[in-house]
Design a protein. Sequence first.
Lengths: 253, 253
Amino acid sequence: MAMNGPNHNHDAHLTMQVVNHIRKLIENGTLRPGDKIPPEREFAQKLKISRASLRAGIGHLAAMGVLNVRHGVGTFVAVGPPALGGVSLDILRALHGYTSAQMFEARRILESNLAALAAERGREEHFTALAEEVTEMYATFHEPQEYLIHDMRFHRTIAEASGNPILAVLMETITAALYDERRKTVERSQDLRQSAEIHRALYRAIRSRNAKEARAIMEQHLELAESAQRSEQALAKEEKRLSAKKKSRRARA
Amino acid sequence: MAMNGPNHNHDAHLTMQVVNHIRKLIENGTLRPGDKIPPEREFAQKLKISRASLRAGIGHLAAMGVLNVRHGVGTFVAVGPPALGGVSLDILRALHGYTSAQMFEARRILESNLAALAAERGREEHFTALAEEVTEMYATFHEPQEYLIHDMRFHRTIAEASGNPILAVLMETITAALYDERRKTVERSQDLRQSAEIHRALYRAIRSRNAKEARAIMEQHLELAESAQRSEQALAKEEKRLSAKKKSRRARA
DNA sequence: TACCTTGTAGTGGTTAGACCACTGCCGCGA
DNA sequence: TCGCGGCAGTGGTCTAACCACTACAAGGTA
């Protein structure tokens, strides 16, 4: 029994045809990062499919971070940060039972290696950028939200300096998932100055191309960060519990 | 920044509302892995949006691997498998210039750590599974495609034994990207028996809980694998060049 | 009984065309 | 010169109908 009927080729769903089509255009260089793809109506007509189907495919690629859709402007091939994840680990945690401890462990492994690689391969421009962030951290250790930005930039710069964008992306994926929690707890942090000092030490190890020390400091840093975040989270939880109790008392009144 | 204005809440597009809505249902446990979400027509009505918009949101989540859509059956919350990647590194390579060397390096770092963790935390069931795969590798080292399956299972089992599913998923993402190439070159491989022996050594190190040795063997194994694949790939390329020349000669005749 | 065909209901996939909402920019008018 | 109104282009949403796939049940056939 052959596949008779009015339908032929169908690689799979039309959606996937669109995805593969655009993917190929990107892979063979027809579309390059930053390029604009044709307007949906026009593109759909060219591919001989409905606009809805085209949009389904574009949606897929957008969800994966390959395309960047701007309402009222156009759709563009993504440029810059890849965004491999897309699935904030939050949902993976709910879905597969990932724990914070596992995320921290993954981060520790990735970042300690990134630090070592950065020490081996970092270039002057990276060192300069790292130094700047350290300076900023010292200048803002009384402003948690501000500080956090420089903290993240520091780590991201190390990832860049490692010369391995794949590892950098993986780290970014994990870090992003931890960011929300971190932003909440950093306000309570009492030791941002100490944190800045650790980062300075890390910077010096990297700059002096001491891979072993860079790795060691990074490991220690992240272990400390984890335990600190844990205790602060526990505190926050406790406070929340108390305020909830207060609230319910008010509600009864 | 208050959320007032003519338009209400609107997190963003309707699509994102749908994504967040379903995400929350999963995060708070209303929807659990394997569960079926309501039929599109019904669900759309319940959310007071059009079926098209609902589908856009579902498409997003499906692209991220959170939902699993089965034509003619229904849409289900993903269960088990990885689903972090989504973007096969192939496209990232085309998009951001990732090289094979970088992928191998990332893999080396991840797997060596996974091996060490597996040695520390692996359970009896993992050891048994590893032993089985090693046996199978010896039994099939003359059948490359078959061998490759057991090879991959072996590595995947180590990842599971590490007790950190996040690292396992990251590894899976990278490995998947390398798989296609590997499948092509493994046919030419002359030393699968030697490969099996390395795996057996690795198994023994893990089983005896010698994390340091496990890490070392894994690193060595992957370095060898990389250089082997490189040279085989070079050979294949050369042959292809020759056969193309031959072909063009035939064509002229 | 055992097997296979044929419906059929339920679900996702696709289509068409219309209209809404946002962005960028051009030109009119103060 | 400056500001703002409006227009054109583009993505976002809606509707409603129909197509395609899957599973399963009912009936026929050996």
